[in-house]
Design a protein around this ligand. Structure first.
Ligand code: F6P
Length: 363
């Protein structure tokens, strides 16, 4: 196995708290412990396609541990297999993978460290098949990457959502209202489940358990009869009614995953108000969950993940995904995670614990 002298590192997909902590750990471990040069690729795969890269050094990665976002920039639309090009005023997609391979060779990159979620790992697997050494580092606030028990960014998103739900609690109680708080998560309900449980939400709606609006309305009414004249409903953006569809808030053209979810919170709120007579408000937390300083747990996890990526490369490992399994940072074949999502299973112990204390899942 040939020695690694120079690597490229990129952050791809939606940003999340802790990306800079990983970049810092990758660069510091590579440079100081293994004398590996590190090149930062800008804006994820877009930078690889357009050959936008810059060397990282101690100075460029110092003071970024606590910084939200990513100093390298990111992109959650572009895929090298379907790159939009303007042909006489209309966009057509082209496969520009060869262009990426040329840029990897031209910049003498012996390996790529790719920090991203499931979409990014699918693209990275493509490069593995083409013979490029890649190590994946799992990121996403959604916590839905298959193969790892946790992704960095998730703890921060949960903490932000919990804080928002706590604040909504007091105003809901004062006004005797139902408050619907919509959180992110795409097809996985992890943020809603954790933040909902942490804040004592009365109703938690997740994509994995389709809901019946009548069950929710009955629950709100029953609470009212018991003297609890307010209710907190935490809704995952991917939640959907039984037999119904998810609500799409926008289609992002030229994106490898065009549908963006959002709007189910407002629908639930309208139906609850109409059926129960309880005044209702909706809050959509949106990108606030992805911004700002990572919490301590995410900084630690990101630092462990970034360091592990370099340890793997220097130990001769190739095409691995760094993961957390049973409390230990380890690794699995990168391609194992391709095309899969880690969703909440019906027998999840947290769901059971929440049900035991009377939390309604709308089913
Ligand atoms: O995957 C992270 C995430 O924040 C999802 O929870 C959300 O559905 C999506 O990205 C939003 O994407 P965008 O930043 O393009 O609006």
């Amino acid at each position: 196995m040939s020695k690694i002298h120079r690597i490229g590192v990129m952050t791809a997909g939606g940003d999340c708290p802790g990306l800079n902590a990983v970049i810092r750990a990758v660069a510091k471990t590579a440079m100081s412990k293994h004398a590996i040069d590190v090149i930062g690729i800008e804006d994820g795969f877009l930078g690889l396609i357009q050959n936008r890269m810059r060397p990282l050094n101690n100075e460029s990665v110092s003071n970024i541990l606590t910084l939200g976002g990513t100093i390298l920039g990111t992109n959650n639309k572009v895929s090298p297999r379907q790159y939009p090009v303007n042909v006489n005023g209309t966009f057509e997609t082209r496969d520009v993978t060869d262009r990426c391979l040329e840029h990897i060779a031209h910049n003498q990159l012996d390996a790529l460290v790719v920090i991203g979620g499931d979409g990014t790992m699918a693209m990275t697997s493509d490069f593995v098949r083409l013979g490029i050494n890649c190590i994946g580092v799992p990121k996403t606030i959604d916590n839905d990457l298959w193969g790892t028990d946790v992704t960095f960014g998730f703890a921060t998103a949960v903490s932000i959502a919990t804080d928002a739900l706590d604040r909504v609690h007091t105003t809901a109680a004062s006004h005797h209202r139902a408050m619907v708080v919509e959180v992110m998560g795409r097809n996985a309900g992890w943020i809603a489940l954790y933040a909902g449980m942490a804040s004592g939400a009365d109703v938690i709606l997740i994509p994995e358990i389709p809901f019946d609006i009548h069950t929710i309305c009955q629950y709100v009414t029953d609470r009212s009869r018991r003297g609890k004249r307010f209710s907190i409903i935490c809704v995952s953006e991917g939640a959907r009614p039984q037999g119904g569809l998810q609500v799409v808030s926008r289609i992002v053209p030229n994106s490898h995953q065009p549908a963006r979810l959002g709007g189910i919170g407002q629908k639930v709120a309208e139906e609850v108000e109409a059926a129960t007579g309880t005044e209702t408000r909706t809050i959509t937390l949106g990108h606030v969950q992805r911004g700002g300083t990572p919490v301590a747990a995410d900084r630690v996890l990101a630092t462990e993940f970034g360091g592990k990526a370099i340890e793997l490369l220097s130990a001769g490992e190739r095409s691995r995904l760094v993961v957390m399994k049973d409390g230990k940072v380890t690794h699995i074949p990168l391609q194992d995670a391709e095309g899969k999502q880690r969703l909440i299973l019906p027998d999840n112990p947290l769901v059971k614990a929440a049900r035991n204390i009377g939390t309604c899942f709308g089913d």
